[in-house]
Design a protein. Structure first.
Lengths: 108, 378
């Protein structure tokens, strides 16, 4: 509930995901250079788990290459959060925002 | 600092109540149905509690039946009345904003062949007597309309509804769990009324049902025939004594305590009005309740953030492990925007709250809304 990565950064890529059923909204910001995610941040409104999942995703993203970032999944986020209840759908929204932000790489 | 602002969920027992209940547990512990003197002392305490409660809600002691709480009272009132008088079906009227203790009973009755009309509230959470009148049919036999809504704190127009129900010879039940101990109510406006001890500084696991003289009900639980055959089960003397002690304390100090809480609520409302993009859910709620939403802040996130700083409020909309996203059926019935439904928190004040506590709460509320909005606004 006190995320370190909910800050402004000088980003190169960004995208937003909205999960209407829960009214969750997450925007991911990435600074990518030489196919490496140099920095990541987010803005999110939603339940505490959406905020925590967005924070966990940013921690996983920093200093990894784009391919690794594209392959991150819900399990990676749950592991990072140490939150293993699969019934909560909240962790998906930041991941969807990430995939959208990286879509130009996926198209190559 | 710890600040408890969830008195609509439950209250602590007053010290005087704890002492009175403790005496029953350890000194006057006889079974109120026993013939020996231990039992008779307990019986006297039990019947004195009944008399005290009856006096406070302006009814006769024979019309009060002790139960285990609000849910049981609601079930006995609705199911017991129908079992005795209309076992083969008929039309019932209730509201979309009832507590599940009534709504779930109504759903069950629909399965058994009864027709149920669920009245919609307006955007402030109040049902209309006109809608009630319109819903009445020739075969309408029972209505159950709550006195004060637990989420919004909105008082329902019981007086007008009572008049219409009487004109149309419809038996009227009211779930008054959030009204008893907060309002000075005239229970005889309705035919049956449910109350729960832990909502008014008495112990959990006790409550009562008022049944107007002449209204016939069958028991829904069978046993030793306690409570004049309506509610079997060994008499909960500590609970009854606790409820009577608590209600007496409240109504002996009512004006002073109510004024104090009203002024605390005013300060909370002043702060809320100064925060942009906030919405009060249910204007003119009872003096103890504030239900409010802040745009771009989820109610669950705000309640969690406040909890981390020692403040207890509640939210009716939250993610659930088994049900996905659970949204308040009350706020949805009021047809409010999604951000209002998802952003709502309920602040419910109690007679024990202090000015210092509210100062701390308002300072933290401001900071946490600002912080959560910073997290949310990209």
């Amino acid at each position: 509930m006190h995320p370190k990565h909910a800050v402004e950064i000088d980003y190169t890529h960004t995208a937003e995901a909205i999960y209407k059923r829960h009214d969750d909204r997450v925007r991911i910001f990435l600074r990518i250079s030489d196919y490496i995610v140099k920095d990541a941040s987010f803005k999110a409104s939603g339940c505490p788990r959406v905020i925590a999942a967005s924070e966990a995703l940013c921690r996983l993203l920093i200093n990894v290459d784009v391919e690794t970032a594209m392959n991150l999944n819900e399990e990676h986020i749950r592991e990072e959060m140490d939150f293993h209840d699969k019934n909560f759908e909240c962790v998906r929204t930041p991941l969807i925002a990430l995939k959208k932000a990286l879509s130009e790489f996926a198209e190559r | 600092m710890e600040v408890y602002l969830d008195h609509a969920a439950t209250t602590k027992v007053f010290d005087e109540v704890a002492k009175a209940v403790s005496d029953v547990f350890t000194v006057n512990y006889g079974n109120a149905s026993s013939l020996h003197s231990f039992g008779q002392i307990a019986r006297n305490a039990y019947e004195s509690a009944r008399e005290a409660i009856a006096k406070i809600i302006a009814v006769s002691p024979q019309e009060i039946f002790f139960t285990s709480g609000g849910t049981e009272s609601d079930n006995i009132a609705i199911l017991g009345f129908l079992k005795k008088n209309f076992p083969d079906g008929g039309h019932l009227i209730t509201t979309q904003i009832e507590h599940p203790a009534v709504l779930e009973v109504m759903k069950e009755l629909e399965k058994r062949g009864y027709d149920v009309t669920y009245l919609a509230p307006d955007s402030d959470g109040r049902v209309s007597p006109k809608d009630f009148k319109k819903a009445i049919r020739k075969d309408t036999i029972l209505a159950s309309i709550m006195w004060v809504n637990n989420e919004t704190g909105m008082e329902q127009p019981i007086e007008e509804i009572s008049k219409i129900a009487k004109e149309n010879r419809i038996t009227l039940h009211s779930d008054a769990v959030q009204a008893v101990g907060k309002l000075k109510i005239n229970a005889s406006l309705v035919d049956m009324l449910s109350a729960s001890g832990h909502k008014f500084y008495a112990p959990k696991g006790c409550g009562f049902l008022y049944v107007k003289s002449g209204v016939q009900i069958s028991p829904v639980m069978l046993g030793g025939g306690h409570e004049r055959g309506l509610r079997s089960g060994t008499e909960n003397v500590p609970g009854a004594v606790g409820m009577a002690t608590a209600l007496k304390l409240i109504y002996d100090n009512y004006s002073d305590w109510r004024n104090k809480i009203e002024s605390l609520k005013e300060r909370i409302l002043d702060k809320i009005y100064s925060i942009p993009n906030s919405h009060i859910n249910g204007r003119d709620a009872v003096f103890s309740h504030v239900n409010v939403s802040f745009k771009d802040v989820s109610g669950e996130a705000l309640a969690t953030a406040l909890d981390l700083r020692g403040i207890a409020v509640s939210t009716a909309s939250a993610c659930s492990s088994h049900h996905g996203s659970v949204k308040s059926h009350v706020l949805q019935a009021m047809r409010l925007d999604d951000w209002i439904v998802n952003g709502a928190i309920r602040i419910s004040l109690g007679y024990d709250n202090t000015e210092n506590e509210i100062d701390y709460f308002l300072e933290v509320l401001d900071e946490e809304i600002h912080r959560l909005r910073n997290i949310s606004q990209g």
